[in-house]
Design a protein around this ligand. Structure first.
Ligand code: C2O
Ligand code: CU
Ligand code: CU
Length: 427
C-alpha cells in the first residue's frame, strides 16, 4: 500500500522454465515466476494500481476477468502491452467478495498465452461476507486453478495443439501448475475456490464418494444461501466456491467426470474425460470449523420488467450474430445506468461459454425455465450447451467512456481467438 492508500501490485510477465515432472523442464510463461502468477487480493472500497511489465518476446495484455472497472483499465485486446513496456491500470474496487482471475487477451493469441501459463487469481474481500466461511488463505481457504494440458514425455508442448471443435483438450490435469496434487487438511471444513482455467474443457467436479458439499459462491460473489449438492460443473472462465466437510484421517478425492453438456462427443475428442483433480488428506485430528450460516449474502433479483432494452446474441460458426470481432467496429452501445436483457443462444451444435466484461448478470431463464440453484447468484460466464437459450439480465453502472470498449465473447479460447467476440461501449 503506497502513501495515497493505494494497493500497488508489480507484475512481470516473462518466459521461464517449469518442471511439471522432475528433471524435465518445460518452456513456460508466467507472472512473477515461470508459470502462472501470484494471487492478488484487494478489499471492497480499496484503490488498486497494477504495474504490468511485459518481458515476453511478443505483445500481450492482461485482463481482470470479473472485475467491475472502467473500460480503459480492463485489459482487452485493444490494450496491448508491447514487449519491454509497462501498463499501469488503476481503479477502485466496487464489488462484493468474489473469486476473480486474470489472464491475457491478445486477439488471436489468447489461447496460446493462457496455455503457456499466464493466469492467476484475484480475490476480492468484503467485510460483509460471513466470517463463518473458512478464510485462512492456503490453510482452509484454497485457490485451485484447474487446467488440462498435454505433457508428452513430461514436457509441455509450448504450441497449444488443437483438438476438436471447441479447441484444445488435454489428458493431464494441472492444479495450480502441479500434477497429481494433494492438500493436507487440518480443519473439519475446507473452502475450495475452483477456477476452470482451461482453454476448452468443461469440468464436472465431485468428490469420489459422491458426498454432498455446499456451493457457496459463483463468479460474481456469494450465493444467497449455501446450496447443498454433490457436483458443480464449470466451463472455461467460470468459478465456484465450495465448502467440503472431512472426517479425521480420511483421504478424499476431488474428481471431475464426464460433464453433462449435451455434447459428449465434443468432449471425447480429448480422450479421457475422468480425472482425479486433488487429494484431500485429512489429519488424524481436525480443528473444528464454524457451521455455515443459513444466509450468505443479499442477492436482490433484478426484475425482468425493469429492463430498458433487450438484445439477442446468436453464437454459431465462430461468429456472434454472424459477425467476427473487428477492432474497427463497435457492435453495440449501451447507456450507463440502464438495465438490459441479453438473450444468448448456442446455435451450431457446439459448446460455448458466454462471458461479458465489467458486469455481473443474473440468469432469468434457461430455455424458458427458472434457472437451477447453481445459477441463482451473480455470474459473468455461463456454459451454453448446444441449442440452449439463456436470458441474462444486467445493469450497466458507474462507468461510461465513449473512447474505450468492453468485450463480450465465447470463453472457449479457440472460438474467441477465431472472432466469436464483440465490442460494446457504455456511454
Ligand atoms: Cu476471461 Cu474476455 O475474458
Ligand atoms: Cu473477462
Ligand atoms: Cu464458443
Amino acid at each position: 500500500v503506497d502513501g495515497q492508500g493505494q494497493r500497488v501490485f508489480d507484475l512481470t510477465i516473462a518466459a521461464g522454465r517449469t518442471e511439471f515432472t522432475p528433471g524435465r523442464p518445460s518452456a513456460t510463461w508466467g507472472v512473477n515466476g515461470g508459470h502462472l502468477g501470484p494471487t492478488l487480493r484487494a478489499r471492497r472500497g480499496e484503490k488498486v494500481r497494477i504495474n504490468v511489465d511485459n518481458r515476453l518476446p511478443e505483445a500481450t495484455s492482461l485482463h481482470w476477468h470479473g472485475m467491475h472497472l472502467p473500460p480503459s483499465m480492463d485489459g482487452g485486446p485493444h490494450q496491448m502491452i508491447e514487449p519491454g513496456t509497462t501498463w499501469s491500470p488503476f481503479w477502485t474496487v466496487r464489488q462484493q467478495a468474489a473469486t476473480l482471475w486474470y489472464h491475457p487477451h491478445p486477439h488471436g493469441r489468447t489461447a496460446q498465452h493462457v496455455y503457456r501459463g499466464v493466469a492467476g487469481m484475484f480475490l476480492i474481500d468484503d467485510d460483509a461476507a460471513p466470517h463463518e466461511l473458512p478464510h485462512a488463505y492456503g490453510i482452509d481457504d484454497i485457490p485451485l486453478i484447474v487446467q488440462d494440458r498435454r505433457l508428452p514425455g513430461g514436457v509441455l508442448d509450448p504450441d497449444e495443439p488443437m483438438a476438436g471443435t471447441t479447441g484444445f483438450l488435454g489428458d493431464r490435469i494441472l492444479v495450480n501448475g502441479t500434477l497429481g496434487p494433494y492438500l493436507d487438511v487440518r480443519s473439519q471444513r475446507v473452502r475450495l475456490r475452483l477456477l476452470n482455467g482451461s482453454n476448452a474443457r468443461v469440468f464436472r467436479f465431485h468428490l469420489a464418494d459422491h458426498r454432498a458439499f455446499e456451493l457457496v459462491a459463483t463468479d460474481g460473489g456469494l450465493l444467497p444461501a449455501p446450496h447443498t449438492t454433490d457436483h458443480v460443473q464449470l466451463s472455461p472462465g467460470e468459478r465456484a466456491e465450495i465448502v467440503v466437510t472431512l472426517t479425521p484421517g480420511e483421504r478424499a478425492v476431488l474428481r471431475s467426470s464426464d460433464p453433462d453438456t449435451g455434447a459428449g462427443f465434443v468432449q471425447r475428442d480429448g480422450g479421457e474425460d475422468r480425472f482425479d483433480v486433488l487429494q484431500l488428506r485429512a489429519a488424524a485430528t481436525l480443528a473444528s470449523s464454524a457451521r455455515l450460516p443459513a444466509r450468505l449474502a443479499d442477492v436482490p433479483r433484478i426484475p425482468a420488467h425493469t429492463a430498458d432494452d433487450r438484445r439477442v446474441f446468436e453464437l454459431a460458426e465462430h461468429t456472434i450474430n454472424g459477425r467476427r470481432m473487428s477492432p474497427d467496429r463497435i457492435d453495440l452501445t449501451v447507456r450507463k445506468d440502464t438495465t438490459e436483457i441479453w438473450e444468448v443462444h448456442s446455435g451450431d451444435g457446439t459448446l460455448h461459454s458466454f462471458h461479458v466484461h465489467d458486469v455481473h448478470f443474473q440468469v432469468l431463464t434457461v430455455d424458458g425455465r427458472t434457472p437451477p440453484a447453481h445459477l441463482a447468484g451473480w455470474k459473468d460466464t455461463v456454459l451454453l450447451p448446444p441449442g440452449t437459450s439463456m436470458r441474462l439480465i444486467m445493469r450497466f453502472a458507474d462507468y461510461a467512456d465513449p473512447g474505450s470498449p468492453y468485450m463480450y465473447h465465447c470463453h472457449m479460447l479457440y472460438h474467441e481467438d477465431r472472432g466469436m467476440m464483440g465490442r460494446f461501449m457504455v456511454v
